[in-house]
Design a protein around this ligand. Structure first.
Ligand SMILES: N[C@@H](CCC(=O)N[C@@H](CS)C(=O)NCC(=O)O)C(=O)O
Length: 211
């Protein structure tokens, strides 16, 4: 197996954190998104969407999408369980994970990509060679969604150590990657959100957070 990766990018980090929590080693191939290497023919031949991360199996099978990669690895390496232990937990992890992804990661991407000059013609990640111009108004919409994201995070943590309950899961991975990502656009955990701050400190101290 090998993981097509980009060290600075938040979605590849979600996959790396998951892999590190599983305690497995997967060789990595670094692809420079900032320099546009993912949009060159060599990488588009590997992933026509131009997105990272992507997992390549030993028989040549390839798939992108963080959750597809994590689900595959969870089946191969069930312990520690990161996607829920029972049918109900798996449904809850899926539900919360998507909220962290849409309201955290994607809203962060909306703010970052629609204001950063380097992404003026790359406002949607990847794109397979098609340029999509930035829409400055989306910065405001993304910022509003992030405010909702932080409110929800504080509420989820009211009765439990982790976002989906008593166990660390993929929900925490996506959420911590989103929090660090939005730091790029100078948005941080609101001052009064004490539960989120304590959770953030604890999750950031896990060795996988450095992966
Ligand atoms: N939904 C995808 C999102 C992947 C994604 O957006 N990756 C970004 C890096 S964080 C990317 O490849 N960007 C390429 C670009 O900006 O051109 C997943 O879960 O894997």
């Amino acid at each position: 197996m090998k993981l097509y990766d980009c060290a600075v990018a938040p979605n590849p980090r979600r996959a790396r954190m998951f892999i590190a929590e599983k305690g497995i080693e997967i060789p990595k191939v670094e692809v420079d998104i900032l320099g546009g290497e993912n949009l060159k023919p060599e990488y588009l031949a590997i992933n026509p969407r131009g997105l990272l991360p992507l997992l390549e199996l030993d028989d040549g099978t390839r798939f992108d999408e963080v959750m597809a990669i994590c689900r595959y690895l969870e089946e191969l390496y069930p312990s520690p369980c990161l996607l829920g232990r029972t049918p109900v937990e798996r449904a809850q992890v899926e539900s919360l994970q998507r909220k962290m992804e849409f309201d955290g990661m994607i809203a962060g991407s909306e703010v970052f990509r629609n204001q950063h000059p380097q992404f003026a013609n790359r406002s949607i990640p990847g794109g397979g060679g098609v340029e999509i111009e930035a829409i400055p108004a989306l910065v405001q919409r993304g910022t509003q969604t992030l405010s909702r994201f932080f409110d929800a995070l504080e509420a989820y943590l009211e009765n439990s150590e982790f976002i989906a309950g008593d166990a660390f899961t993929m929900v925490d991975i996506t959420a911590v990657c989103a929090v660090d990502f939005v730091g790029w656009v100078k948005i941080s955990i609101p001052e009064g959100n004490a539960r989120t701050k304590a959770w953030y400190e604890a999750v950031s101290a896990r060795p996988s957070a450095k992966a």
